[in-house]
Design a protein around this ligand. Structure first.
Ligand SMILES: C[S@@+](CC[C@H](N)C(=O)[O-])C[C@H]1O[C@@H](n2cnc3c(N)ncnc32)[C@H](O)[C@@H]1O
Length: 273
């Protein structure tokens, strides 16, 4: 959307996924329209906010792990808003020189992101579609901020949930794998209901319907073996592909340990040879 002077402004008339997710995380970058849709979705799956928090917690632990392996540059695909303990905040706490490119395809999310990162010389947010890796590699801000001849951490927290089978998530992961310098890492988290009890499975179905009707976005729920197959040709880091909450948990800090949402998401990180 633009004003009469063509200066872009955020679309506050329609809900968007990045702001709904921010609301679930307890953030401030959401509007009434987002909150209404978020509550409608939550009425279908009451623990959806805990699922979002567990996903963000997994992402933070992943970034800390990658920093411990010497990774100091990150591309966060399908990042949502760069708030609520997102990648640059976690990375800069350990390495103030770390560089982060956030990528989202929603113009509103990117506008908020640019505002949030205005005073961050080592973190930027770009508008691009994560289904097209060349849009990322060739983006001027990516080329300016990152040195892609060196290892990079590719983060796909919750991105592939939005990628249709016809867009071939396995091939997409392979394209990112093949474009990265050896020693890079690729991390994926994904919605799954393999281990859920029948009532929670039914709630997940109603939740995905509510996303489709409310935000026009299809969410894909996939089994563990499908997600595991995407890591072909890479070395899975211990403990492999696990429920997000079980991936290198911080003792005493499992946000969703007691809720059905614990069974709803897998996460893994792999090293690119
Ligand atoms: C679940 S939210 C953010 C999750 C965040 N990465 C995390 O792990 O905490 C997923 C985001 O992916 C974005 N998204 C969905 N499809 C995308 C695509 N094809 N390219 C880029 N971003 C996409 C949505 O706009 C949304 O902001």
């Amino acid at each position: 959307m633009t004003t009469s002077t063509e200066r872009p402004v955020a679309d506050v008339e329609s809900a968007n996924i990045a702001r709904i997710y921010d609301y679930y995380l307890g953030g401030l970058y959401n509007f009434e329209v987002d909150r209404q849709k978020a509550e409608r979705i939550r009425s279908m799956l009451p623990s959806v906010d805990l699922l979002a928090r567990a996903n963000r917690d997994w992402l933070r632990r992943t970034v800390r792990f990658l920093l411990s392996q010497g990774v100091d540059q990150f591309i966060d695909l399908g990042s949502g808003l760069p708030t609520m303990g997102n990648v640059h905040e976690v990375a800069h706490a350990r390495n103030p020189q770390a560089r982060v490119v956030y990528v989202d395809h929603e113009p509103s999310a990117v506008l908020h992101g640019e505002e949030i990162l205005a005073d961050e010389p080592l973190a930027v947010m770009i508008e691009a579609d994560g289904r097209f890796p060349e849009q990322i590699w060739e983006h001027p801000q990516v080329r300016e901020l990152l040195d892609l001849s060196r290892p990079v951490g590719i983060l796909m927290g919750g991105l592939l949930v939005f990628v249709d089978d016809k867009d071939d998530p396995a091939a997409l992961v392979a394209q990112y794998r093949d474009a990265c310098a050896p020693g890079s890492y690729l991390a994926v988290s994904h919605l799954s209901d393999d281990l859920a009890d029948p009532e929670t499975k039914a709630q997940v179905g109603r939740m995905t319907d509510a996303y489709l009707v409310g935000v026009g976005q299809q969410l894909y729920v996939r089994p563990k073996d499908v997600i595991a197959s995407w890591f072909e040709g890479m070395e899975l880091v211990e403990p492999g592909l696990t429920l997000m909450a079980d991936w290198r948990p911080t003792p005493g800090h499992a946000v969703d340990a007691q809720t059905p949402s614990k069974a709803l998401g897998y996460g893994a990180t792999a090293r690119i040879r």
